[in-house]
Design a protein around this ligand. Structure first.
Ligand code: ZN
Length: 219
């Protein structure tokens, strides 16, 4: 059973995690998770949320839950900050994995990161390594995505917008689906096989008359 952990970093009341003009990072993180969840579940993929609106779930609780539920992938969603709380020029998207020699996390990061860069057209700050708890303590492939800087005026406007949140969520979900190799299943309905083309055409016409799409193929 495929189950994807969507982990929105922090919570509404986590101190410090906000833009210079007061946008809370968690509001962005949770909206992106919500959009990703919708898209994944519409494709029959189960999701697990590790965050909560009322309290900042400790990191250990988040990774324990993912490990206990034997989640397939762990996706942590964040918005970045630079400096000591005032506006600055640093901007762009970066994605983190725990270490270089983890090919699964590396290719998951590549799938997510480069689709985000392509779809959002933000600056590519690269795939980086960091000893973050949620990356180190998870037993499944895990990535942490920083979707833009709250301390950059232009990116903060994006991070606060519904459109950018949905774009990030849908892009992350789509790249997860690509990574998993999930494609929409197509079902073909066959209604008859004929040795003569005339009979096949007649049958196709009967189907069309009855309101069905009909197509003749050779076998
Ligand atoms: Zn964060």
């Amino acid at each position: 059973m495929t189950r994807i952990v969507l982990d929105a970093g922090h919570s509404y009341n986590t101190p410090g995690k906000r833009s210079p003009d007061g946008m809370r990072e968690y509001a962005f993180n949770r909206a992106v998770c919500q959009a990703a969840r919708k898209k994944l579940e519409s494709q029959g993929i189960q999701t697990i949320m590790t965050h909560h609106d009322d309290r900042d779930i400790p990191l250990k609780e988040r990774t324990n839950l993912a490990n206990r539920e034997k989640a397939t992938l762990f996706i942590s969603i964040h918005a970045n900050a630079y400096g000591s709380g005032s506006w600055n020029d640093i901007h762009g998207i970066e994605t983190y994995i725990h270490q270089e020699n983890d090919p699964q996390s590396r290719s998951l990061a590549e799938a997510v990161h480069y689709s985000l860069i392509k779809e959002t057209r933000r600056k590519d700050r690269g795939i980086k390594m960091a000893d973050f708890h949620v990356l180190r303590e998870t037993v499944m492939p895990a990535v942490l995505i920083e979707c833009g800087f709250m301390t950059n005026r232009e990116e903060k406007k994006l991070l606060a917008s519904e459109n950018y949140r949905i774009l990030c969520g849908h892009t992350i979900a789509a790249s997860i689906l690509t990574f998993l190799g999930v494609k929409k299943t197509m079902y073909l309905v066959q209604t008859g096989a004929f040795s003569s083309i005339e009979n096949a055409k007649k049958h196709a016409q009967d189907l069309k008359n009855a309101g069905f799409d009909a197509m003749i193929t050779e076998k």
